[in-house]
Design a protein around this ligand. Structure first.
Ligand code: PEP
Ligand code: MN
Length: 337
């Protein structure tokens, strides 16, 4: 529930209310504003009702948070959240494009791709070092060696880096080498991993599971926020449908739906969302037109030799074309690029 305190309420009086919330086994939160203090109380609304705060002398109004997700909901926090990913802000006025290969394969491959991304105007680098592959026989990533390459190339190109973490035990190592931790579609409901990512305090790109409801995605984000980390970027990356023409069906409904209900930034991955290189540019444009805060795109210096996801990776020239063609779509959506 959201508790708006009357102007002039002192810190001690606000703290006393927070103590009563805690005594009921619920979680109090304090959001001091310029004019008045707003308190949050997380827990069972029926239990909280016992406090009868409507009649409290320092309380102006009480509003229940009706959605099952609280911290990530707009009811709780009406303004857009911006996430700083190493000097690049996601969720602000500027559209952010994060690009790079599916996997970090070697210094030469990652460096060549990163330079192409930077030259075309990309804002951040992606590249997997730990790959959660559907088959145990597919390339699983370079692991720690990949993290070192990612960090080195990120520093050399002065671009922030995004890379996936697949288990809680790896969070600290990945957090040491990358600016942003990606939680992949296959791990969206790995709650212990979400909590560990939350505890790291690092910015998180949280991808929607391919069979996940949007409400489940927001509840997954709630696990991260609940561990004290509000730096979450939601990512729509396509879902399973009856349509087998494409790898996934990119659910762009998710963008306005999520943005209406949550204050978190939403980015779109048209690479995994379609699985086909020729669909990436049109779907990237559509994502920007419907209000996405950014894009996550696979680019490879030589897609025909890629160790993973080559068929959906853009050639450097195509990434350049994507960046050039995005501007009018960004402007139509009220953003700069
Ligand atoms: C990826 O970004 O390379 C990836 C594995 O994505 P997803 O988790 O969306 O399949
Ligand atoms: Mn991939």
């Amino acid at each position: 529930m959201i508790i708006v305190l009357k102007p002039g309420t002192t810190e001690e009086q606000a703290a006393a209310i927070q103590r009563r919330i805690e005594e009921l086994g619920c979680k109090p939160l304090c959001m001091p504003g310029t004019e008045r203090v707003v308190l949050g109380a997380l827990g069972d609304e029926r239990v909280l009702a016992q406090l009868r705060l409507e009649g409290h002398p320092h309380v102006e109004s009480v509003k229940p948070i009706l959605s099952p997700y609280k911290l990530v909901s707009r009811e709780f926090h009406s303004h857009d959240t911006t996430v700083d990913i190493g000097g690049v802000v996601v969720g602000g006025e500027r559209l952010v494009v994060i690009a790079g290969p599916c996997s970090v394969e070697s210094y030469e491959q990652f460096d060549a791709t990163a330079r192409a991304v930077r030259e075309a105007g990309g804002h951040a680098l992606r590249g997997g070092a730990f790959k959660p592959r559907t088959s145990p026989y597919s390339f699983q990533g370079l692991g720690h060696e990949g993290l070192k390459i990612l960090e080195r190339v990120g520093a050399e190109t002065a671009l922030p880096t995004v890379t996936e973490v697949v288990e809680g035990a790896d969070v600290a190592a990945v957090a040491e080498h990358a600016n942003v931790l990606q939680i992949g579609a296959r791990n969206m409901q790995n709650y212990r991993l979400l909590q560990a990512a939350g505890e790291s305090g690092k910015p998180i790109v949280l991808k929607r599971g391919f069979s996940a409801e949007l409400e489940e995605l927001l509840l997954a984000a709630e696990y991260v926020h609940d561990r004290g980390n509000p730096n979450i970027i939601l990512c729509e990356r396509g879902i399973r449908t009856f349509c087998s023409a494409t790898r996934n069906t990119l659910d762009l409904n998710a963008v306005p739906w999520l943005k209406a209900r949550s204050h978190l930034p939403v980015i779109v991955d048209p690479s995994h969302g379609t699985g086909l290189r020729e669909l990436v540019i049109p779907m990237a444009r559509a994502a920007v037109a419907c209000g996405a805060d950014g894009l996550l795109v696979e680019v490879h210096c030589d897609p025909s030799r890629a160790w993973s996801d080559g068929q959906q990776s853009l050639y450097p020239a195509q990434f350049d074309e994507l960046m050039r063609g995005l501007r009018p779509f960004a402007e139509a959506a009220g953003r700069s690029l």
